[in-house]
Write a protein that binds this ligand. Structure first.
Ligand code: NAD
Length: 263
């Protein structure tokens, strides 16, 4: 069994979807979870992620954060690490906007990068500083764990999503680059690249498109958010201590190829 007992995890975008599932799974493993989102602390206590964790006997709190605000990220991360130390960061907050290049406005392009890339960078930078100050590399074992949620769209072209694909590709290579710099100093940095997952984000797909995407996926299914969260749990735990700079696809096989025979 994986245990994160005694560790503090910060999950960005944890109020719904993959981030919510991740916060719940990390809390089940014993982590104290801080949910940093634009919405969770304003949500109904019957539904908010932090409240659900507390109801299940875990430890959680919710803090307002816009990850694209560099100063706010620094303030929140300093506050969390001063109070409890910071062991795990899950950079999950993200936005999806569609459009081929010809249809993509300057504002859409910048917004995709502001949230998906700048937000990931700001949170990584603040977390790395906090983890190093907290002695992440002492004792010979990695103590700091950073998991960036990228996407299959950062590893392959995805028709009609120019800015999103470019932004997620940046997250993929920032993960690899940072893993080289910080693995020697006790911080493991990896990424989970989800395929198609049942969340509010993918509600934009109509039924025929969904069916076509399922047909292109070797196991024929979209993921439940919990299946992504369990991969994050592995990368946040001691079990992954020798996994460095990896991009773990959790995609039903979509990246390896498309079945020829339609189900
Ligand atoms: N759903 C999928 O099929 C899929 C596939 C691949 C990758 N992803 C990635 O997984 C992550 C989570 O996606 P999801 O499907 O759960 O999306 P979602 O839209 O359901 O949830 C996104 C969460 O991020 C938060 N958020 C957005 N912008 C923010 C900001 N600036 N600051 C703080 N919080 C912010 C939202 O409030 C929300 O809670 C994203 O990075 C997304 O790109 C999703």
């Amino acid at each position: 069994m994986i245990t994160l007992s005694g560790r503090t995890a910060l999950v960005t975008g944890g109020s719904r979807g993959i981030g919510r599932a991740t916060a719940l799974v990390l809390a089940e493993a014993g982590a104290r979870v801080v949910i940093a989102d634009r919405t969770d602390c304003f949500a109904d206590p019957d539904t908010a992620t932090w409240a659900e964790i507390v109801r299940r006997g875990g430890q959680a709190e919710s803090r307002y954060l816009d990850v694209s605000d560099s100063a706010a990220v620094d303030t929140l991360l300093a506050d969390v690490s001063t109070g409890h130390g910071l062991d795990i960061l899950v950079n999950n907050a993200g936005i999806l906007q569609s459009g081929e290049i010809a249809e993509t406005s300057d504002e859409t392009w910048r917004e995709q990068f502001r949230v998906n890339v700048d937000g990931t960078f700001y949170c990584m930078r603040a977390a790395v500083r906090a983890m190093l100050a907290g002695g992440a590399g002492t004792g010979g074992k990695p103590r700091g764990k950073i998991v960036n949620i990228s996407s299959i769209s950062g590893l392959r072209g995805n028709p009609g999503f120019a800015a999103y694909c470019a932004a997620k590709a940046a997250v993929v290579n920032l993960t690899r680059q940072a893993a080289i710099d910080y693995s020697p100093r006790g911080i493991n940095i990896n990424s989970v690249a989800p395929g198609f997952v049942e969340t509010d984000m993918t509600a934009l797909y109509d039924a025929p498109t969904r069916e076509a995407l399922e047909g292109q996926t070797p196991n024929g299914r979209w993921a439940d958010p919990r299946q992504i969260a369990e991969a994050v749990l592995f990368l946040a735990s001691d079990l992954s201590d020798h996994v460095v700079g990896d991009i773990l696809a959790v995609d039903g096989g979509w990246l390896i190829g498309t079945p020829v025979v339609t189900r």
